[in-house]
Design a protein around this ligand. Structure first.
Ligand SMILES: *[C@@H]1O[C@H](CO)[C@@H](O)[C@H](O)[C@H]1NC(C)=O
Ligand SMILES: *[C@@H]1O[C@H](CO)[C@@H](O)[C@H](O)[C@H]1NC(C)=O
Ligand SMILES: *[C@@H]1O[C@H](CO)[C@@H](O)[C@H](O)[C@H]1NC(C)=O
Ligand SMILES: *[C@@H]1O[C@H](CO)[C@@H](O)[C@H](O)[C@H]1NC(C)=O
Ligand SMILES: *[C@@H]1O[C@H](CO)[C@@H](O)[C@H](O)[C@H]1NC(C)=O
Length: 329
């Protein structure tokens, strides 16, 4: 029964991807590079809503501790890698969470990334949401993972009780790699059941493998009828020319099959997804990386909190190095 439903929804999903491909050219509205990140994003020195062993600092502190650095064409964000934290302290390890000043409904965002934070206890994420109306306004996680484990997870979160989503996660991308759903058969994006996630098939999509390959490009296309995410490693055989060029226009019709496709089969996107800010943050431990079973199964030592507190030198590679973010509308 479940299988038959699954197959029919898969076919619908493919049909919606194909029809959506008919109108898919966009013009660049923002080219965020180097020091331009400081104009386009604000530092959020907030209490972590995800209960991490983290202390999100403001821009002044981040700059004085070199937790952020920018040149003409480089942008770095990192966690503290120098300080031992007292286990009794209520304040966790210094880190950063930045939010774009602009918010977007339908758009394409292309992230050209060289390095993402790695290490036991790390939980880096690049995502979109409206914090003031969460979860009612939806959430799209584009880059996310914990403790260096597994590949990238692309996840949608929606309000409870409204959104039973059907999507085709079993996609083979342009470079011949298949993605899979995180929880087989879970088609409900309700955030209280952890949303609906897709494990990106390529090992190079996250963590040390992503970094060793020189990173790559993530892209997200949000329309009123679907959300698609693509990933191309820096070493991929096929990278669309408009993506690698970072030019003034993109045509997503030429990008091939995405790694994750969420069609609007049973939910109205404009109703359940607000205009979203882009958020880039590095958390430590917390609701995902610090979950005892998740942390232990990652092969990480000690407990997450103790490890994060006592091993600053282990966070030397806990940094984002981002070449650019281009927004197309
Ligand atoms: C930034 O945070 C530091 C440490 O909490 C605080 O002393 C400083 O006043 C803050 N600066 C701004 C501009 O908010
Ligand atoms: C700050 O970080 C950047 C990027 O990692 C590095 O190039 C620079 O030398 C650092 N500055 C200081 C004062 O340590
Ligand atoms: C850690 O904090 C506790 C409680 O404030 C204090 O008693 C202890 O001396 C601190 N340890 C170190 C190494 O600073
Ligand atoms: C976008 O790509 C599609 C598929 O290759 C092509 O048919 C269409 O003409 C392109 N649109 C533009 C404006 O170049
Ligand atoms: C999905 O989008 C199509 C095309 O605009 C629309 O006809 C349909 O009603 C939408 N589905 C839902 C559940 O909102």
């Amino acid at each position: 029964m479940k299988g038959a439903f699954w197959i029919s929804f898969r076919l619908m999903a493919i049909a919606s991807t194909i029809s959506a491909a008919l109108c898919a050219t966009y013009s660049r509205s923002e080219n965020i590079v180097g020091t331009g990140f400081y104009d386009s994003f604000n530092f959020e020195a907030i209490t972590d809503p995800n209960h991490g062993r983290v202390n999100y600092v403001n821009k002044t502190t981040a700059m004085s501790q070199n937790l952020t650095f920018a040149s003409a064409n480089t942008f770095i964000l990192r966690g503290d890698w120098k300080t031992v934290i007292n286990d009794s302290s209520t304040t966790g390890r210094n880190s950063v969470r930045i939010r774009s000043n602009n918010a977007y409904t339908t758009h394409v965002a292309v992230f050209d990334i060289v390095h993402i934070p790695q290490g036991c206890g790390t939980w880096p994420a690049i995502w979109e949401t409206n914090e003031a109306n969460w979860p009612n306004g939806g959430e799209v996680d584009i880059v996310e993972g914990v403790n260096d484990q597994g590949n990238d997870q692309v996840t949608l979160h929606t309000v409870a009780g409204q959104a039973l989503w059907m999507y085709d996660a079993y996609l083979t991308d342009t470079n011949g790699v298949r993605s899979t759903v995180v929880i087989s058969g879970q088609l409900n994006c309700d955030t209280s059941v952890n949303g609906c996630g897709v494990n990106v098939g390529q090992a190079s999509s996250f963590g040390p493998t992503f970094n060793a390959d020189g990173g790559g490009w993530y892209a997200m296309e949000r329309t009123n009828t679907f959300i698609n995410v693509w990933f191309w490693s820096r070493k991929a055989t096929i990278v669309p020319a408009d993506v690698s060029a970072g030019g003034t226009t993109v045509n997503t019709s030429n990008w091939g099959t995405p790694v994750a496709n969420f069609p609007n089969t049973t939910c109205n996107f404009p109703q359940f997804f607000d205009a979203h800010n882009i958020i880039i943050n590095l958390n430590f431990c917390g609701d995902f990386a610090g979950q005892a079973s998740v942390y232990a199964s990652s092969g990480c030592p000690s407990t997450c909190k103790s490890y994060v507190d006592n091993n600053p030198a282990a966070f030397g590679n806990a940094y984002f190095w981002i070449n650019s973010i281009n927004i197309y509308q």
